[in-house]
Design a protein around this ligand. Structure first.
Ligand code: SF4
Length: 431
């Protein structure tokens, strides 16, 4: 049987897609491209924004168009929060929420026997962590899902409704998984989750810091990255681990969301601007080369021109390396959706453009600091005679070099900027 899978959304979805690919290849099915003719089409959906909903729906319809006789399987966040919407499409055979993705092979085999449609959507706030492990990953940098769910309920966010309460993978399962991935040649491990920093809150006297203390002991781990962490989770214990372990890369992704205290309060975020700035200063005092990237939502309800200006000013004081800019997307069921004073789409667009422009300026300023400096990177892609990959600080590097250097750490001297890459010359192929 041939299967094709389309993944929308975050790193956790990408990880779960790898788990689904594994489970289907283990029963002898072969993966084909989503645009090819296939016997099975799987859409791993996302619902973080209105746009994600429409993209998910579009991929479902595309799959049915590709092959109306195929088995159509729709899973994930859109199903979990808005099954009725998915149910409006005729031709979907198997529907799973955010639990049971690892058993997708079993459901397809059952469907093949019975030809009866299957719908499995659990109460996502009352489930255990679904055990899933990978010993290989279809990317150079291997993602490891360490937890699921979020208990924060930021007022704009639909994710807690889609992913449920925090639940963590057992520490020994995480460390074994990482050892297997390293054995199979992965040089960088990216710890990921829905709310990564809340790892362990559901375990007995455990935390992300305790887990990191175990992981940094693992042999032959070259680079360890945390996909995203809240500023409130940079505890003294965490900072200490960061200070003493270079295996943790010089890059942190820490969502700010807004640079205005008034808006942060309305967002139900757990910090103020002074707290955020002080923590970043502390981070730079222990790791001066640390690059910080962030997320910012523009056009949140009640965001006036003055409050938006506060966001701009705050960003300029923090000196981020890059900003992921999100125009506020009204998600039914969230607290913010019920607020007054929603910002009109034209203003939202104008502010998005302005912030993207500022982000590009900050990004190029950061890249300029590395001209005529050396950096190590792990090539992930080979294209037109060039190796392309990320440095530890997450800057993208491009360098001429042989294909054999893929997935090997090399050192380059940075000679120029060809946005979005720093272009370097190889100086050491055994860095
Ligand atoms: S921390 Fe806030 S923004 Fe992040 S997943 Fe949880 S509710 Fe959403």
């Amino acid at each position: 049987m041939k299967f094709a899978i389309e993944t929308l959304g975050c790193k956790v979805n990408t990880y779960e897609t790898n788990v689904m690919i594994d489970s289907l290849e283990n029963i002898g099915y072969n993966q084909v491209n989503f645009n090819d003719l296939s016997d099975i089409y799987i859409i791993n959906t996302c619902t973080v924004t209105n746009n994600a909903d429409s993209k998910s729906m579009k991929m479902i319809r595309q799959a049915i168009k590709h092959n109306p006789d195929a088995i159509i399987v729709v899973v994930g966040c859109l199903v979990q929060t808005n099954y009725d919407l998915v149910d409006t499409i005729d031709g979907v055979d198997i529907i799973l929420g955010n639990v049971h993705k690892s058993k997708i092979g079993e459901y397809i085999q059952t469907f093949l026997k019975t030809r009866e449609s299957i719908k499995k959507i659990e109460d996502i706030c009352n489930v255990e962590f679904e055990e899933m492990q990978l010993n290989n990953f279809n990317k150079t940098r291997a993602f490891v899902k360490i937890q699921d769910g979020c208990n924060n309920y930021c007022s704009y966010c639909i994710i807690p409704f889609a992913r449920g309460n925090v639940r963590s993978k057992k520490p020994e399962v995480v460390t074994n998984e990482i050892k297997e991935l390293i054995k199979n040649g992965h040089q960088e491990i990216v710890l990921t989750g829905i709310h990564t920093g809340s790892y362990g809150v559901d375990l007995d006297n455990y935390s992300l810091s305790k887990l990191l203390t175990e992981i940094v002991k693992i042999d032959n781990l070259l680079r360890l990255r945390i996909s995203s962490i809240e500023i409130t989770e940079l505890s003294d214990e965490f900072m200490n681990i960061l200070k003493n372990n270079e295996v943790l890369v010089d890059h942190m992704h820490i969502p700010l969301q807004s640079g205005s205290n008034k808006i942060l309060k309305l967002m139900n975020r757990k910090y103020g601007i002074k707290y955020f700035v002080d923590k970043i200063d502390k981070l730079h005092s222990i790791r001066p080369n640390m690059l910080i990237t962030t997320d910012v939502i523009v056009g949140f309800p009640n965001e006036t021109e003055e409050l938006f200006k506060e966001t701009i000013d705050t960003i300029k004081t923090i000196n981020f390396a890059k900003i992921h800019v999100f125009p506020y997307s009204k998600r039914e069921g969230t607290a913010a959706a019920k607020m007054n004073n929603h910002v009109d789409p034209v203003t939202k667009k104008k502010r998005t453009r302005e912030l993207l422009k500022l982000s590009k300026k900050l990004e190029v300023e950061t890249m300029n600091k590395y001209l005529n400096k050396t950096l190590e990177f792990i090539p992930e892609i080979y294209k037109d005679g060039y190796l392309i990959g990320h440095a530890g600080n997450y800057l993208s590097i491009k360098s001429e070099g042989p294909k054999e250097l893929l997935n090997k750490q090399v050192k380059v001297l940075i000679k120029e900027i060809k946005y979005p890459h720093l272009v370097g010359v190889l100086i050491d192929i055994n860095a």
